[in-house]
Design a protein around this ligand. Structure first.
Ligand code: ZN
Ligand code: ZN
Length: 402
């Protein structure tokens, strides 16, 4: 959407809400992290059937934000229930032992949507986010609830880096910059995100941009950009880059990476066309009734897994960042109840490598971590930063039109 005078005024007002030093820190690096401008993005994406009226659209009618009438309740939740999503104790980590030769089918989950896939002897890095905070600002926005399980430069060489969309919890500028030197693999991304990458110094020959149903081959793998039901944007500009899920197909195995999506009947069509899948990585966290269309819940993840013809389901998009109001362990607890005999689920520790062809028995490690909501005293919210500034900021955002 265009940056209206009202939005610009709100941004300025928010910037003035705190002490000068704080605001300077908050704004430091902001223009670069925000990514490409709308003007630069437009020529790249104009040919896509998903791109009309200056922005990308879901195939199904999809409200990304609740109506103004519901926002007051959301803001109340933001102030009163934000801490509910924090863990009750330390999240245990595993230090992965990554083999020199990539396996037939294995996956290492690093937390949230970041994972390293080994498939048919090649490696694909999925939505790598190594930063401490997922926000345009180094001062406010959600911070990690656990450390990164392994330094980025200790990963073995990968064959491709796949990105689902440009939200901060999936596309991280410092991580991209480090991968530029520590790896030589191409970034395979949905339409429009190439402009962010070019602006951050990624050379053209390391960028492959695809529309939904487009595919590219990397080594012996076919990477197909597939539909997702979501939205995009790194600040007030929304939906000028495409969002996607991905099918990774090798000569012997197939994997589906959901990224960040609401439930869509497209999963059944994708399963019939590109599946069945030996492994699905599907989002289960950050759900809320107010944004149900763009973030599926655990029960819908099980349904999507079935639609896709999935064999093993690895839940993603939970545990690492506090992005909604559900209890920290609730997504995985609901998933386990919904899956029962309907799906084979693996829930690795952050950093744990799973041999998908011979998965270990499921161990419940999340119940012991628990939720901050169950603790007698309420801890500080790692997600909010300056409460005063966040409150002012969110109030201003709530006044803005969609
Ligand atoms: Zn997202
Ligand atoms: Zn996300």
């Amino acid at each position: 959407m265009p940056t209206s005078p009202l939005r610009r005024a709100a941004l300025t007002a928010a910037a003035l809400a705190g002490p000068v030093g704080f605001v300077t820190r908050a704004a430091w690096g902001l223009p670069v992290a925000l990514g490409a401008s709308r003007r630069r993005l437009r020529p790249t994406v104009a040919g896509s059937p998903q791109f009309t009226d200056g922005r990308f659209h879901n195939r199904l009618e999809t409200p990304a934000l609740p109506p103004a009438s519901a926002r007051k309740g959301l803001l109340r939740q933001m102030h009163e229930e934000r801490h509910v999503g924090l863990p009750g104790g330390d999240i245990p980590l595993a230090r992965p032992v990554l083999p020199e030769e990539a396996a037939e089918l294995a996956v290492t989950w690093f937390g949230h949507a970041s994972a390293l896939l080994e498939i048919d002897g090649q490696r694909v890095l999925l939505d790598p986010v190594w930063s401490r905070r997922v926000s345009p600002s180094p001062v406010f926005g959600p911070t990690r609830l656990h450390e990164v399980p392994v330094p980025l430069d200790e990963l073995p060489p990968v064959d491709a880096v796949l990105i689902s969309h440009d939200h901060y919890d999936h596309l991280d500028l410092p991580t991209v910059r480090e991968l530029l030197t520590s790896q030589s693999a191409p970034f395979v991304v949905p339409l429009g995100i190439g402009e962010h990458l070019r602006g951050w110094g990624v050379p053209d020959d390391r960028i492959v941009e695809l529309d939904w149903d487009g595919s590219t081959t990397v080594g012996g793998l076919t990477l197909t950009c597939t539909e997702a039901r979501h939205f995009s944007g790194r600040f007030f500009t929304r939906d000028t880059t495409l969002w996607a899920s991905w099918a990774v197909s090798g000569p012997r195995h197939r994997v589906f990476f959901g990224g960040d999506t609401g439930y869509t009947p497209a999963f059944a069509e994708l399963g019939a066309r590109l599946g069945p899948f030996d492994l699905t990585l599907l989002p289960i966290g950050a759900y809320n009734d107010a944004w149900h269309a763009i973030h599926m819940d655990p029960e819908e993840a099980v349904r999507a897994h079935g639609d896709l013809g999935g064999r093993v389901l690895l839940p993603i998009h939970w545990a690492t960042f506090n992005l909604a109001f559900h209890r920290w362990a609730e997504p995985v607890q609901r998933l386990m109840a919904a899956a029962r005999s309907r799906a084979q689920v693996v829930v690795p520790l952050p950093g744990e490598r799973i041999d998908v062809l011979d998965p270990p028995p499921l161990t419940d490690w999340w119940t012991a971590v628990g939720s901050a909501e169950d603790l007698p005293s309420r801890p500080d919210d790692a997600g909010v930063g300056s409460a005063v500034l966040a409150r002012t900021f969110s109030r201003l955002i709530a006044l803005l039109p969609d």
